[in-house]
Design a protein around this ligand. Sequence first.
Ligand code: C2G
Length: 131
Amino acid sequence: MKKVLTYGTFDLLHTGHINILRRAKEYGDYLIVAISTDEFNAIKGKKAYYSYEQRKAILEAVRYVDEVIPENTWDQKIEDVQKHDVDVFVMGDDWKGKFDFLKDYCEVIYLPRTVGISTTKIKEDLNKANG
Ligand code: C2G
């Protein structure tokens, strides 16, 4: 079984997230998504609208996702790849090059981001619409 791993906050799930999850799954048979805990989001300087538990429940309902695990730190990736026997690591290309150290442990793929959508844009548009 070919296992794929990706990371993210995945807040306010949108088609940019769905696109990368669908494409990541195409690289194998089993997709693990490590989602940032609320505590790690604070370290990333992000404040998610949905809690970790809510974001986990939402992702577990996505047909491309087979397993959701927590992302607690920046430096758990090597351990995750080894522990979960991962073959392919996939991230959006805004991260291009940042995780090349994983090439010693698995295939590393950066996929083009979906243009024109982001959680930040959703929040900004909603704030504008509601004055
Ligand atoms: N993404 C995308 N297109 C968008 C928005 C996001 O392809 N329009 C991708 C990102 O490139 C990332 C994934 O969706 O691969 C999740 O995006 P975020 O939730 O913003 O995750 P991020 O904050 O980049 O966290 O250790 C890695 C970090 O946890 C990544």
